[in-house]
Design a protein around this ligand. Sequence first.
Ligand code: GTP
Ligand code: ZN
Length: 211
Amino acid sequence: MSLDNQHDDFAEENGYAKIDRYNSKKINKIAANYAEILSEIGENPQREGLLKTPERVAKALQFLTHGYDLDAAEVLRSAMFQEDYSQMVIVKDIEVYSMCEHHMLPFFGKAHIAYIPNGHIVGLSKIPRVVDIFARRLQVQERLTNEIRDCIQDTLKPAGVAVVMECKHMCMSMRGIQKQNSVTTTSAFTGQFIIEKTRSEFLRLIAANLA
Ligand SMILES: Nc1nc2c(ncn2[C@@H]2O[C@H](COP(=O)(O)OP(=O)(O)OP(=O)(O)O)[C@@H](O)[C@H]2O)c(=O)[nH]1
Ligand SMILES: [Zn+2]
């Protein structure tokens, strides 16, 4: 499969068929800027290996920020089901890839999310989808954490939501302070998770190695 085809197939493979994935005007504009950047860093944008690089980077950037084109609440609403289940539901170890808004370098790690149903449950896959929709934007980890919490709380209206994220920031490892192993943890809670006992149960369960 050619590189172009791989990119073209991205939308469908990821269930994001309705994204206007290839706004070619946008791609061309971003690519032109990257050709200039290549020159500025002392490279020759005309050498063979770099000929298609500006276009590749433009497409990669569009992928890495495609969350702007998606509505996380709509995704949740598309798979809400009435169910008489009122115990904690936890989806843990969700891989997260985002980009910090300060340096546009990746930060990545895991999200652990729980909610306590209040009449409705949600299709399990929709929780990582919500994570991705907010992560695939320029972010800070704190806002990303809060946006996931608020979206689940406002849409599903459960008795409580808990979000914990643990991420490594490339802007702190490959440049700047250059700390290779530091991990940043953020958390956000609503409803019953504000109560110490419920929050402790959630934290104990995400720390446990049950599977
Ligand atoms: N709170 C928070 N800070 C972040 C996140 N991602 C990156 N940063 C920080 O954003 C800050 C930007 O600080 P500046 O002093 O303006 O930028 P800088 O000179 O490149 O800073 P250094 O990284 O310390 O070299 C840095 O301290 C980064 O570590 C994030 O998700 N949350
Ligand atoms: Zn950064």
